[in-house]
Write a protein that binds this ligand. Sequence first.
Ligand code: NAD
Length: 384
Amino acid sequence: MNPWRVYEHTTPGKLIFGPKSISELTKEMPPNEVPLIITDKGISKAGILRKVTEVLDGAGIRYHLFDGIEPDPPFEIVEEAATVYEKNGCTMVIGLGGGSSIDGAKAVSLKATRKGNLREYGMGKPVEGMLAPICAIPTTAGTGSEVTGVAVITDRESKTKMVMRGPQLIPKTVILDPELLDSLPPKVAAETGADALAHAIESYVSVNSNVITEAFALSAIKIIARNLRRMVANPGDIETSGQMLLASCMAGLSFSNAGLGLTHSLAHPVGAFYHISHGLSCAVYLPIVMEFNLPTCPEKFASIADAMGENVRLFSLHHAAKQAIFAVRELLAEIGIPKTLSELGISFQLHPKMVEDALAAVPTQRNPRKADRNQISSLYKTPL
Ligand code: NAD
C-alpha cells in the first residue's frame, strides 16, 4: 500500500444492524415508493419473505413480488423481473436473499432506468446517472453484495459471469438482521462464509488496498476465524450469525473499494462452466492462490495468521506467513469444504476460454503477484 496516493472509499447510505431490525424497513422508505421485492423460492419457503411482507403490510405499503431468482442469476431472469417492475409501476427494489437475489435486484434497478441491452454493462460500460433506489436485506453471511458497487449476472450462452460495476449499484439502505439467517442450511453457511473469508483475504493483499480497507479486512478475518466453525455447527445461533453478517459486510466494504484477486478471477469461470456455487469455487482456489502470492507479501500473510488466532509472534517472517495458509486450509477442511474439484464430482477440463477470462478479469490486475497464461493454467489445474 502506498499511503500517499489518493484513494476514495464508498459506502452504502445507511446500515441497520441487529436482531429484529427488519422492523425498521418501512422507516427507511421514502413516502409513496412502490417496491418490488426480488428474491428466490428458497427464501419464501423458509418463511423469510413473510417476515418482510408483514412489516410492509403493517405499514400499509403497497408492494409487488418477484420470487423467481436463480443462483448465479442469468440475464433472462433479470429481464423477467424487470418486466414485473415496469408493468406494476414500481419505483424501487428490495433485494432479499443471498448474493443472487441482491445482485438480481441491483440489475433490475439498472434495467428499469436504462434503455438498451443490460449485457453492455457486464462488458465494461460504465453505469452513469441515477438508478432506482436499492434496499438490500442479506440472508446469507457471505457475498457482502449489500454494500458493494458490483452485480454479477450470468450469460448462459457464453458461459460467462459478467460483472457490472458502478457506485450507483451500492444499496441506499441495508438491513442486517441475524434472525433472517435462522434457516440457513449448514452447507450454504460454510460456502458463503468461505466466500467472505476470500473477500477479506484477497482485498487485504490487493495492490489497491488502503488503511481503511485493510482495517475492515483484518477485522473481518478475525471474526470469521472465530465464528465460522460455530455457525456451521450450530445453525440458528443469533450471536454467531450476527457476527458473521458483520464480518461479511466488512469484507464487502473492503473489497468493493480495494478490489479482489486471482481467487475470484479463477472462480468465476469455474462457476460458469461447472455450476458450483460461488463460495465453493472461491474456497477451493483460495489456499492455492495464497501459496502463489506468498512470496510477494509475507508481512501481510503474517498479519492474516495473527488475525486467525495463530501464535506466530516468535516465528520467522516466512514461517509466520505460511501459517496463514495452514490456518485457512484447516478452517476450510473443518467446515467441510473439499480440497479438490474431483471430490466435488467434477471431471475438470481446462477450456481455453476459462484462462482468457481469468487473465482479462479485473481482479487479476489487483492481485499482488502478476500471473501469465501459463501460471493461470497451472493454478487452474492444481486442485484436480
Ligand atoms: P445464493 O443467493 O445463490 O443462495 C444460495 C441458496 O441459499 C438459495 O437456494 C437460497 O434460497 C438459499 N438461502 C439463502 N439464504 C437462506 C436462508 N437464510 N435460509 C434458507 N435458505 C437460504 O447464494 P450466495 O452465495 O449468497 O450468492 C451467490 C451469488 O452472489 C453469486 O452469483 C455470486 O457471483 C454473487 N456475488 C456477488 C457479489 C457482489 O458484490 N455483488 C460478491 C460475491 C458473490
